[in-house]
Design a protein around this ligand. Sequence first.
Ligand code: PRX
Length: 630
Amino acid sequence: MHSRADRTENEMNDRYARSLDDADAFWLEEAKRLDWDRFPSKAGNASFDPVDIKWFEDGRLNLCHNAIDRHLADKGDKVALHFEPDDPKGEARSLTFSDLHALVVRMANALKAIGVAKGDRVTIYMPMVPEGVAAMLACARIGAVHSVVFGGFSPSALAGRIVDCESRFVVTADAGRRGGKPVALKANVDAALAQDGVEVEAVLVVRHTGDEIDWVEGRDRWFDEVASDDPVPCEEMDAEDPLFALYTSGSTGKPKGVLHTTGGYGVWTALTFAEVFDHRPDDVYWCTADIGWITGHSYVAYGPLLNGATQVVFEGVPTWPDAGRFWDVCDKYGVTLFYTAPTAIRALMREGDDPVTSRSLDSLRILGTVGEPINPEAWRWYSEVVGNGRCPVVDTWWQTETGGVMITSLPGTPTKPGAAGRPMVGVEPLIVDGEGAVLKCAAEGNLCIARSWPGQARTVYGDHQRFIDTYFSTFPGRYFTGDGCRRDEDGFYWITGRVDDVLNVSGHRMGTAEIESALVAHPKVAEAAVVGYPHDIKGQGIYAYVTPMEGIEGDDALDAELRQQVRGDIGPIATPDHLHFTAALPKTRSGKIMRRILRKIAENDYGALGDTSTLADPSVVDALIEGRKS
Ligand code: PRX
């Protein structure tokens, strides 16, 4: 049941049909991928109207047990994590499942020592090191709910996420290293906790770089000093107990804590990992995503370990010290399954073929991509140069909210460069027009999902109404992804990008509203509007139109201040690529900013501005075009 290598395409089609036609039996069978303390009697119990999603609800299990403990009997000596540090000359470490078990138990003891109990939220702000993964699994072990915050987010962004999920505990490291540069994690935690209204009971600090850090007596605790090896049993959890919240951006408001629960998420990540990567026991898998993103949750911390896989955990970046770094790591560990983002592929493609062809890469078997649409040119380079024409490329479409891969070409099935592919088992995509009418056969429109699947998010932390409003109200009774999509005559899905005000910059999801509110928080800014525009490497770049306050000059100094403002408020990944000062923004007579026009101008596409007759002051557009050209 666990390998799909021997399934023919017809068998796979039958399996897909059964996953929809006989869903309960199908999912109860799939649930056997995990060990349960109490096996569920029923699979899905989910409705999109009203919104109430439950899977395997009378089942009981623990995902840390499933990811580690249950492998100890036969895989204790198998490597779970090969840790490769940022600096190639740094200290690499390989942890077997037994070693990882010991580390997770120490982490669980440390969490208990600082006061964490079942149900508590724990904010994890860590570099890409084994202790980061261990902190997530230790939370799962004792029934705490983790909220991982990407180490590149600023103190303000971290503070907002600590407050929103009422977390009283932070796990961090002294510092991290990325591309040879320090990342001041502990200092950022200190700055976040210095903000008004942000208070925690304890900060657990892992010693990683040895950098000097400030210390708050009574609050800060060294991991090494509080950890112990006492046995910590795996807490028996209800399938619907929360496993984690992960903050992600939408078109409005602050980022929301997308909540995933235990049983369904576990089954979904275990199954999708096994199938998408056709995982075999001797594979060495490497996903380059950070644990701060959903990909690092589902396909670093959970999916691979639930399958007993050996994987690489990499602290660094693709192009440091040189553009061969990824490929050196692949050769060093004999990576067979490699999973990265189109933005990394494009950045490496730009460096030419030499850094790839000068390495062996013979071990590679399957190449995956995730996070944003991949342009056919990058797809072909990945397939032909990196994969030497012999590795299937799986382009996996999914989202923080979907918990795991939803649409992909499975290895061994036909692929088309640039198409995500076809739905996973249990996934019933719909393409609907602007009014919600379902479009049949080949069609283009809004991508919805017709029915629940086990890995679906259950709610937004602390705000179920926002969950309903965001995902289920545009097209009632359906989950709306926010993506546009085309289905071709062969049933392949081509994701065309977001149809809402969400940007995808280097595979990182960002709300235009968030960046705008960071900009207008600056005292010299009257108004701001942010749009995306095509960017060769990042996929989308950030283009910010800014109207300074009356009497303020939009000069280089203000430009620099505003970039700093966004970095400070959100983080470097949200820094605008282009700041455009303008005396006015194009608005309708009712005062609504016409973003369509702003997008076209940012794209340098002045011929297609469309109807501008509803503008309050059409001359604004000419001035903007002048400003864009200058
Ligand atoms: O627009 C889609 C894009 O990334 C969005 C989800 O972002 P996030 O929740 O951060 O999760 C990213 C990693 C799963 C989607 O709404 N996206 C993700 N994967 C693809 C993609 N767009 C096209 N092709 C993909 N393979």
